[in-house]
Each structure stands twice: as C-alpha cells, then as structure tokens.
Design a protein around this ligand. Sequence first.
Ligand code: UDP
Ligand code: MG
Length: 139
Amino acid sequence: MATNRTFTMLKPDAVENGHMGKIIDMIIQSGFEIKAMKYTRLSTEQAKKFYEVHAERPFYGELVEYMTSGPIVAAILEKENAVADFRALIGATDPAEAAEGTIRKSYAESKGRNAVHGSDSDENAVIEGKFHFSANEIF
Ligand code: UDP
Ligand code: MG
C-alpha cells in the first residue's frame, strides 16, 4: 500500500554551499508537507548502513566519506504519490542528466555530490524514515 510519504536528506554539499533554505522552499512549494525534520550529521557507521545496498560499488568508500563530511538535513515528506513525485523533483542522479528546474540540476555539484537524497520506493521510505526518526518526532 502506498504510504504517500518519502524520506529525504539534504546532503553535506547542499548545506555547505548555502542551498539549504532554497531547497526546503522548493520542496514546500512543490506541495510536500514536512512530517519530520532534523539537522544532524551521520556517523561513519550510520552512513555505511544507510548505503549498504551500494557496499560492493566502487564509489561506496567515497560516498560514505562524503556523507559524513558535514551536517545534513533529514526529513520525512508527505504528498500524494510522494516517492515518484519527489524523485521527479530532484532529477537524475547525475546533475548533467537532470531535467531543467530539478533540485539536482539547480544545486548538485556532481554525480557523487548531488545535493539531495530521495527514497526509491514506499518500502525504503519507511525504512529510511525510521532510521532517522522515532515515532514522537514524526508529526
Ligand atoms: N553515487 C556516486 N557515483 C555513482 C552513483 C551514485 O557517487 O556512480 C552516489 C550519489 O551520491 C548517489 C548515491 O551514491 O546519490 C546513491 O546512488 P543511487 O544510484 O541510489 O542514486 P540516487 O537514488 O541517489 O539517485
Ligand atoms: Mg538510490
């Protein structure tokens, strides 16, 4: 069953480059409601676990290093068709391939340092949300 929720992180490059406010505004203006939000920093252990599915990929080490390099904003978002609509709003993994007007086209530095995360399924949205938030932090 679709939950109408997705999970996002504004990644360290987005925070470092001062794009946090503009990205949050784009998310709200696109019709997503913020159900939970936190300014935090991933430990190496957390980043490894979060990106576990990519453990065998050549970029895994670099990805973990980058994702722990500074603070992030983690959030749970709600909207009808949240997962697919949010993936459309963020654009392709590589900003060079992302459509005009998407968050990654506007703010990502590169395929690795790509400003924002978006869950790829309803199931993962729930898992990723629980990874960062306890029940009393979700509104
Ligand atoms: N990534 C990378 N190099 C690649 C592919 C991915 O550094 O060739 C990083 C990038 O930060 C990406 C994350 O690993 O957002 C997770 O990869 P995935 O394929 O799941 O892309 P996404 O779902 O974030 O678009
Ligand atoms: Mg992914």
